[in-house]
Design a binder for this molecule. Structure first.
Ligand code: FMN
Length: 260
């Protein structure tokens, strides 16, 4: 997924990574999505996705194309230039359209490789910002490739960076081919279980029912501290129970309303 508005420095690294993947697994199929071609309008802030479901987003047709590709993929490579030490507006706008998935995470078996370049400073913070979002929507593992290009669109990938690309891409490939799922970090379990507890007040038939209420009371996830496909070691489970309990307490005190 190219989050840059052109095929520039960052895309050079994306191509490098694609070449390495093809070398490791000649049969691999890589679909390129250039977000700029999607012509996705800005999120209008209607909050229909949060309240009634992503399919009711006014821009759902465009979003769904990308979601389908993400669903089908074994792994996702996200490339973005660093603008002011963060992801580009293009990518942020796409992520804004998926913010409802922070409430109802989904991509539990997916792994990502995040490529960012910068003129000098901020590639790491941009990569971390992207990875933090992806983990929030359920991604199991994110590998980071933040690179300082020191160039305006005339970047030549040096040998040291080529080696780094090779290392990270191999790890990414192995993570996918092994199908091993990592247990969620505490930072991922906290919001997951807060939402699980707080959403009990928004189930169908309540004054401010939302999709969150239906999602979190679905028997497939209602009673577990993380999605059942992902292993959670015994010592981490009490953290989940604690934040679920806290979510229930908080949810009772604060009701999130909306105009009917
Ligand atoms: C709008 C804009 C914002 C940028 N912000 C930063 C920045 O905060 N720090 C930095 O070191 N470089 C910054 N740069 C430089 C680019 O990150 C850098 O040249 C990058 O490698 C360009 O990648 P691209 O060719 O894939 O777009 C910025 C460039 C643009 C166009």
């Amino acid at each position: 997924m190219n989050g840059s508005p052109h095929k520039g420095n960052t895309w050079k690294l994306a191509e490098e990574v694609q070449g390495i993947l093809k070398n490791i697994e000649p049969g691999s199929v890589i679909e390129e999505i250039h977000l700029v071609n999607l012509k996705l309008p800005f999120c209008s802030g209607c909050s229909l996705c949060f309240r009634t479901g992503g399919s009711n987003c006014p821009h759902n047709e465009k979003i769904q194309q990308v979601l389908n590709a993400m669903e089908e993929a074994d792994g996702i490579i996200v490339a973005s230039t660093s603008y002011n030490r963060r992801e580009t507006t293009l990518l942020k706008n796409f992520f804004d359209h998926l913010c409802y998935l922070l409430h109802r995470p989904h991509f539990f078996t997916k792994k990502a490789l995040v490529i960012t370049t910068t003129g000098g400073v901020g590639a790491k913070s941009a990569a971390k910002s992207i990875a933090s979002f992806l983990k929030g929507i359920g991604f199991n593992k994110c590998y980071l490739l933040p690179i300082a290009a020191y160039s305006w669109n005339d970047y030549k990938v040096n040998n040291k960076t080529k080696m780094k690309c090779e290392q990270v891409t191999k790890k990414f490939y192995q993570a996918i081919s092994s199908e091993k799922l990592h247990s969620p970090s505490v930072l991922v379990m906290i919001p997951y279980n807060l939402f699980r507890g707080m959403s009990l007040y928004y189930v169908k038939g309540t004054e401010y029912e939302t999709e969150d209420g239906s999602y979190w009371t679905d028997p497939i996830r209602k009673d577990t501290v993380y999605d059942k496909v992902v292993p959670v070691p015994i010592y981490k489970r009490p953290i989940g129970y604690f934040f679920y309990f806290l979510g229930k307490k908080l949810g009772k005190k604060v009701m999130v309303t909306y105009k009917k």
